[in-house]
Ligand binder design. Structure first.
Ligand SMILES: NC(=O)c1ccc[n+]([C@@H]2O[C@H](COP(=O)([O-])OP(=O)(O)OC[C@H]3O[C@@H](n4cnc5c(N)ncnc54)[C@H](OP(=O)(O)O)[C@@H]3O)[C@@H](O)[C@H]2O)c1
Length: 291
């Protein structure tokens, strides 16, 4: 698939103002592509547009909160007003929250469902029919190694990425003969604002796993998509985590992940207001010790 041949075909990157989305936009721009950059922050979009132009691409920016109920309509209207069609959709907008589900705000956790699941599904399903009719293009969905296991102390995020993986892999199979590719990209920790914003960067698990840079992940994602890959797992450590998650029983995996994602000062999920280690954590140690 050569993007130079079809200048009005666009690669639409949602979550393009920073991080992995911005890096993918830059990689794609090297092919002289038209890139539509979507996110909420105008400053981030302007900087990403400069990256795209510097790399040889044509940039359009759309300031849009993708969880808004009319977001997909506004994106489609923007494309048609500019004479563009979505050839490739990159769903990179996403966030997570570290902490026990009982201790985090319900609204903030539902926000993960709205962005990581609902908005991604909405855009994917709205753009796929035209791609299938044109028998070209496709979707890159940002999953994570978190999509391969349950994640105590980051439950909603892991569950959302499990959805992304399952949905993307199933669509890949459904569209196999149509010329349309769906690729799920599943990195481990990547050095972006995500780690700080989600609080994940302060958990032991994310401290011990090596961090990839977003440019490397973007290269792997784009190359994998262009070669029709169902799943792209950048980096050795991410592959090892996925293999371990497949081999280890849940009875082993859950306590290990839960422990590595808990911080010593975390409040107890029972609502006592005490620290976990001085409350249910201490009670559990006594129970285990008495047997
Ligand atoms: N970094 C990691 O360690 C890591 C690892 C595995 C998977 N991932 C996944 O990779 C994807 C990208 O992560 P990242 O590290 O690049 O995160 P990031 O640096 O926080 O960037 C997130 C992007 O999403 C945009 N965004 C967030 N909410 C939005 C909304 N409501 N509407 C429109 N855009 C929105 C942000 O722009 P605005 O704030 O300007 O809207 C930003 O451009 C996510 O799905 C994440 O789960 C990340």
């Amino acid at each position: 698939m050569s993007l130079q041949e079809e200048a009005r075909f666009a690669v639409v990157v949602v979550g393009a103002s920073r991080g992995i989305g911005r890096a993918i936009a830059k990689v794609v721009a090297r092919e002289k592509a038209v890139v539509v950059l979507v996110a909420r922050s105008s400053e981030g979009l302007a900087a990403a547009a400069a990256d795209v132009r510097d790399a040889g691409g044509e940039a359009y920016t759309l300031e849009l909160d993708i969880v808004a109920s009319d977001a997909s309509t506004r994106l489609r209207d923007f494309l048609s007003a500019n004479g563009l069609v979505c050839d490739v959709l990159v769903n990179s907008a996403g966030y997570g929250l570290r902490g026990a589900a009982m201790n985090l705000s319900v609204e903030d956790q539902l926000g993960i469902v709205d962005l990581n699941i609902r908005a991604l599904t909405d855009l994917t399903l709205r753009f796929l029919p035209q791609m299938a009719a044109r028998r070209r293009g496709g979707v890159i969905n940002l999953g994570s190694i978190a999509g391969f296991l349950p994640g105590p102390n980051m439950a909603l995020y892991y569950a959302s990425k499990s959805f992304v993986r399952s949905f993307s892999e199933a669509l890949h199979q459904e569209l196999r003969a149509t010329g349309v590719t769906i690729t799920c990209v599943a990195p481990g920790p990547v050095s972006t604002d995500f780690l700080e914003r989600s609080g994940a960067g302060r958990a032991t698990l994310f401290k011990i796993l090596p961090k990839l840079n977003s440019a490397y992940v973007a290269e792997r994602a784009w190359r994998g998509f262009k070669s029709g890959r169902r799943l792209v797992v950048p980096g050795i450590s991410a592959k090892l985590v996925i293999i371990s998650a497949k081999l280890l029983p849940s009875a082993v995996l859950l306590p290990v992940v839960g422990r590595l994602q808990r911080r010593s000062g975390d409040p107890c999920p029972c609502g006592s207001g005490k620290k976990f280690k001085e409350c249910c954590g201490a009670r559990r140690r006594q129970t285990v010790g008495s047997h």
